[in-house]
Design a protein around this ligand. Structure first.
Ligand code: TYM
Length: 335
């Protein structure tokens, strides 16, 4: 079997509206990486149902994530965009990985602990074994690189452990040990209301996040209301470490404008927050509005979206099936 050297897989859940964290931490980087890598971009609906999803909303959000990929600049002709549940090989390999991964490894996953909270007896089994499915998403394509936001780092370490253990247990070199690609000035975008919390789809406050579906006036309003402190903008990078909300807004600006945090600081240091926020709001609107309007246009053409996903599914299956067949042969399953 041919082993790729520069193949990417990454996934985004269709579990709610996409936000600025998803865009700056992941999707914007996908757009850059498509020039250099063979890419598989997956809408991970199997992961989404680890918590309850309204079926009518889920089907719509699955198309919406696809639209967001394309509207952000991912070329659907050159890359493979597809839906996880339409490629059954992911779930089949995930079962095998459930038997490779150790309970102790999964017990250490901080995302599970955060999501389950005090309710751990009552969450789905799928939420616990979520990272083994993620490992299967990646390794079923023998992907070598995985662009993600900082919050997925631990899941990627687990993926590497699973690949290594499978290879050792069965004395094979089938699976690559994939490299995370976590880069840019906004690898962890924080809530606009609380700089110690990640910007996330599940935060109850709408004002904590900017959505890719937000209108220009909502974006401006949310940035205007974003939490800051009484001091003006800092003079250097060191002094923002104790000011998480300030650091967050500066990182967002840097990432949207494709400049460094130092450059943002030198442009705005000593200025009032009202001035900075006005500039940030204008910048965010100018970068996000074209994406939102393209997403809306694409969402009006369901058959186009579905045709992209169908093509992506066929290609994904053609790559995943031989890897699954080989895996089964290695394990000792009848063909
Ligand atoms: P999901 O759907 O939560 O997020 C999609 C991508 O957005 C990144 N991200 C962020 N980046 C910066 N700041 C934030 N506040 C922020 N919030 C989210 C995530 O890191 C991710 O890259 N488990 C994954 C989906 C997945 C996957 C995979 C990813 C399933 N299979 C295989 C890579 C490879 C997740 O829940 O992403």
């Amino acid at each position: 079997m041919e082993k790729p050297t520069k193949r990417i897989l990454s996934g985004v859940q269709p579990s709610g509206d996409l936000h600025l964290g998803n865009y700056l931490g992941a999707i914007k980087n996908f757009v850059t990486l498509q020039k250099e890598y063979e890419c598989f971009f997956c809408v991970v609906d199997l992961h989404a149902i680890t918590v309850w999803q309204d079926p009518k909303v889920l089907v719509n959000k699955t198309r919406e994530v696809t639209a967001a990929f394309i509207a952000s600049g991912i070329d659907p002709k050159k890359n493979n965009i597809f839906v996880q549940s339409q490629v059954p090989q992911h779930a089949q390999l995930a079962w095998i990985f459930n038997c490779v991964a150790r309970m102790g490894w999964l017990n250490r996953m901080t995302q599970f602990k955060d999501k389950a909270g005090k309710n751990s007896e009552n969450v789905s089994v799928g939420l616990f074994s979520y990272p083994t499915l993620m490992a299967a998403d990646i390794l079923i394509y023998l992907a070598t690189h995985v662009p993600v936001g900082d919050d997925q780092k631990q899941h990627l370490e687990l993926t590497r452990d699973i690949a290594q253990k499978f290879n050792n247990d069965f004395n094979t070199e089938l699976f690559p040990i994939p490299e995370p690609l976590i880069f840019g000035e906004a690898t962890r975008v924080m809530s606009l209301r609380d700089g110690s919390k990640k910007m996330s789809k599940s935060d109850p406050s709408d004002y904590s996040r900017i959505m890719l579906t937000d209108k220009a006036e909502d974006i401006s309003q949310k940035i205007k209301k974003a939490k800051t402190d009484a001091e003006p903008l800092p003079q250097n990078k060191e002094s923002i470490k104790e000011r998480p909300e300030v650091e967050n807004l500066i990182s967002i600006y840097a990432s949207l404008q494709d400049i460094s945090i130092d450059q943002v600081i030198s442009e705005f240091s000593g200025k009032e927050f009202s001035v900075f926020k006005k500039n940030l709001a204008d910048l965010a609107v100018s970068k996000l509005e074209p994406i939102t309007s393209e997403m809306n246009k694409l969402m009006d053409d369901r058959s186009y979206i579905d045709s992209i996903l169908n093509k992506g599914k066929d290609k994904a299956i053609s790559v995943a099936e031989p890897v699954l067949t080989k895996t089964k042969e290695i394990i000792g399953f009848l063909p």
